[in-house]
Design a protein. Structure first.
Lengths: 142, 316, 341
């Protein structure tokens, strides 16, 4: 049953790289920083693990937004995983937005293990933006 | 055109008789007006079958992947570029292919002709320098050729193959002043809603025949992602969501490798304008990574490498 | 057999009346593409085409069809009702070649112990109204393969275009029953009936493309290992255009798809796809285009003759027109029929 506009709360899938972003999210939690509870986290070893299929599949399954977060360029635990990923994400984002997927559904960030506050802010931004976009409809399988 | 045709046959004859190649891949007359069909010549006497005209619209470089032995291939600009991509991607050794480069002033889009004739069948067609003469039951028209050129050819920046071993004929003037991404930029200026509606409408015609994938030279995976099982990522039905995703992912997979030959659009039986989508991937590569596929044998396609200062304005 | 007549200007009215008690499928033109779609009014229909892009088999045998749904619940697996619909349909504007394809497909879908109810129920509940061909395409070769431009196989009624009117010839009882629902239709005049007979003869003469299938089936029996197959497939890309646009191709794949509810889905498949015969062990008995092209020709012109007594081709020419590389099945059949074996 589709939720009404008032009762709808966005569901955002967050892929966080184990070494930086996941640790950063953890830090935000330990420091009791408040941020919206709308994300569901999937821990991946590196942002380079992210196959565009994951993001597209998430949109197809009805996730209202996707966040992919990794280490800052130069700080990747696997040296260059995030650098490889950066190009992939750029092409995927440009392509999806060209097709008409609303800008703001698919998001990327670099969050280091020390950036608990940044993580909280990124999530706040993403959730706010997705709230304005409404429930995901494009690409969702009927 | 005729003299180019004869020169091509001469070159092919020479290569075959001197045993520089085992096979020549080119085009021969099709069984319908305004059609040619790929031709595989391995005997000197068969070179007479080879033709060259504005209906040589298949990208025959498709037939190179996985082929053993030395092959000579008739290549217009776009074909030569896709061969260059194969060489860079190590799909064929450079020394195994003799690229017979031919200058091309554009292919005739038979779908444009069909649309103009509104369902009336062309029984006979002759193509002259500036016009196409079409005859059918109860009609004969002379159409200005320039109005029936394929969209991909209208924005072509490589009328002369950038890579070749033998060049047939005279080089033709290029068109550096054309903005090949004008249509894409125009489309980008529309709202996300408009763009989505447009693509939904276009792609809802798709019958998942995979002609686009199979005619594309760059789609040479032994098992395509749609055919993968365990897990099966995306469905094979013609459900709109699955269909759109098939096209998005295929566009992503050819990004940085697509040379804009337009074969996908021409092959589609449902007249879907796939070029509209594929051309965007070319623009992304040009804008972000200053890269154009198939013009250099040294440069690696963008998704195969990275640089420390890559653009990341979209990353928070 | 009755002969009625309807003015072309009244066709939208006729179709509109049919939509009251039936689901009507007719040719619709969108930009330059004509294909069969469900119409809800008489104005959407387009009958000035030569042939539709996609064959009408998709009305009885859709590209995607849900066979049944299932849910894995607390009580185990609950299976939803099979989706064979029971609604009344009218399929209008089918060319005689395509209508003949229904007769062939009927043989396949009703063969064996387990008859295909999804297809057969739809066929049973549908009245098919054909549209005779006054002007066959240059690629049409129906007369070489058992059909004809004014052929009546597979139709319940046959529309025949005589200038500003359509003659309606009743072919079956089902057709007659439908006509009874349109009592305002006038009887055709003798002159019109004579005229259409002449048009039928002219149309047959107008078929330019002749393909010799005589003896091909027997020859193919001896040609399985013939070297001719080494060359025929060379330019074939292995896409599915010929099979998907063929009115008599019926191969399908069955998949289970799960979102919240599981669905068992049937989709069109093509013998030209590389994974068509990929077995669970990893072995593929048709590893290259050569075996797959041989399969297509053998299936259409040999195996089907053995199994159903018919070549599974109706000469519509779609595969010839739409093949991205102009691989012409007529040439292939000629090569085989003239081969010394």
């Amino acid at each position: 049953m589709k939720p009404t506009q008032e009762e709808w709360n966005p569901k955002i899938l967050a892929f966080l790289c184990n070494w930086c972003s996941y640790a950063g999210a953890d830090l935000a939690g330990i420091s009791r920083m408040q941020y919206p509870p709308n994300i569901r986290v999937v821990r991946v070893p590196c942002s380079g693990r992210i196959n565009p299929y994951f993001i597209i599949k998430a949109l197809q399954r009805g996730w209202d937004g996707v966040l992919v977060s990794g280490c800052h360029p130069g700080d990747c635990h696997y040296i260059s995983g995030n650098l490889v990923a950066r190009r992939r994400f750029a092409v995927l984002k440009d392509l999806l937005e060209y097709l008409g997927i609303e800008p703001g559904r698919v998001n990327f960030s670099w969050v280091s293990a020390a950036e608990g506050e940044k993580f909280a802010n990124v999530v706040k931004d993403v959730v706010e933006k997705v709230k304005t976009l409404g429930p995901a409809e494009r690409l969702v399988r009927g | 055109m005729e003299s180019l045709e004869n020169s091509i046959r001469e070159v092919a004859k020479k290569l075959l008789s001197e045993k520089k190649v085992d096979l020549i891949i080119g085009y021969e007359q099709g069984t319908l007006p305004l059609r040619t069909t790929p031709c595989f010549v391995d005997k000197v006497e068969d070179v007479q079958k080879l033709v060259w005209n504005a209906s040589c619209d298949a990208n025959v470089s498709k037939y190179l992947v996985g082929r053993k032995g030395k092959v000579g291939i008739i290549a217009k600009g776009c074909d030569a570029r896709s061969i260059a991509v194969f060489i860079v991607e190590k799909q064929i050794p450079r020394e195994n292919v003799v690229i017979i480069g031919v200058p091309c002033l554009g292919l005739i889009d038979r779908r444009k002709v069909e649309a103009k004739l509104d369902g009336r069948e062309v029984l006979e067609a002759t193509v002259e320098d500036e016009q196409i003469r079409v005859k059918g039951e109860g009609f004969e028209f002379v159409l200005p050729k320039k109005d029936f050129i394929c969209d991909s050819c209208l924005t072509c920046k490589h009328r002369n193959p950038p890579i070749y071993d033998v060049f047939v004929g005279e080089k033709v003037p290029e068109t550096p002043e054309i903005d090949e991404f004008a249509e894409v930029s125009d489309f980008e200026s529309k709202s996300a809603e408009e763009r989505w509606t447009h693509f939904k409408e276009e792609l809802s015609k798709c019958i998942r025949c995979y002609a686009c994938r199979n005619v594309c030279p760059l789609c040479y995976c032994k098992v395509c992602f749609v055919d993968q099982t365990m897990p099966a990522w995306f469905g094979k039905t013609n459900d709109l969501s699955d269909t759109m995703i098939y096209h998005i992912v295929r566009a992503f997979h050819v990004a940085g490798r697509c040379v804009g030959c337009g074969a996908c659009s021409r092959a589609c039986p449902m007249n879907i304008n796939l070029r509209e989508l594929m051309k965007k991937t070319e623009k992304i590569m040009k804008d972000r990574y200053k890269y154009e596929a198939g013009v250099s044998l040294e440069e690696v396609p963008p998704l195969g490498e990275f640089k420390m200062d890559d653009s990341q304005e979209f990353i928070k | 057999m009755k002969w009625k007549v309807v003015e072309k200007s009244k066709m939208p009215l006729l179709i509109e009346e049919l939509t009251k008690e039936h689901e009507v499928f007719a040719p619709v033109k969108k930009k330059s593409l004509v294909s069969f779609e469900r119409v809800s009014s008489g104005n959407e229909t387009y009958l000035d085409f030569q042939n539709t892009k996609t064959p009408p088999k998709e009305v009885f045998f859709p590209q995607t069809e849900i066979l049944f749904t299932y849910r894995v619940g607390k009580k185990g697996v609950e299976i939803g009702e099979a989706q064979a619909p029971k609604r009344k349909m009218v399929l209008l504007g089918v060319r005689p070649c395509d209508a003949r394809s229904f007769v062939l497909l009927d043989k396949f879908f009703s063969s064996g112990e387990n008859k295909d109810l999804y297809y057969l129920e739809k066929r049973k509940n549908t009245t098919t109204i054909g549209l005779a061909c006054n002007h066959p395409l240059s690629t049409c070769f129906c007369t070489s393969i058992g059909g004809s431009p004014f052929g009546k196989e597979g139709v319940d009624l046959l529309l025949q275009n005589i200038n500003d009117k359509y003659l309606i010839e009743t072919v079956t009882e089902k057709g007659e029953k439908l006509i009874e629902k349109l009592p305002w239709l006038k009887d055709a005049e003798k002159a019109d009936i004579e005229k259409t007979k002449r048009l039928s003869e002219d149309a047959e003469k107008a078929i330019r493309s002749k393909v010799s299938v005589k003896g091909v089936s027997e020859k193919l029996d001896r040609m399985f290992d013939d070297p001719v197959w080494d060359h025929i497939h060379q330019k074939c890309l292995g896409c599915g255009v010929c099979t998907f646009l063929c009115p008599t191709c019926y191969c399908f794949d069955i998949l289970d798809e799960e979102t919240e509810e599981g669905k068992r889905v049937r989709i069109w498949d093509s013998c030209q796809f590389p994974c068509f015969t990929l077995q669970g062990s990893g072995h593929n008995p048709r590893p290259s285009g050569k075996e797959r092209m041989r399969q297509r020709i053998m299936h259409k012109f040999n195996y089907s003759v053995k199994n159903f007594g018919e070549n599974f081709c109706v000469g519509c020419g779609r595969c010839v027109r739409e093949c991205p590389v102009n691989l012409d099945i007529r040439e292939t059949v000629e090569k085989i029929s003239t081969r010394q074996v």
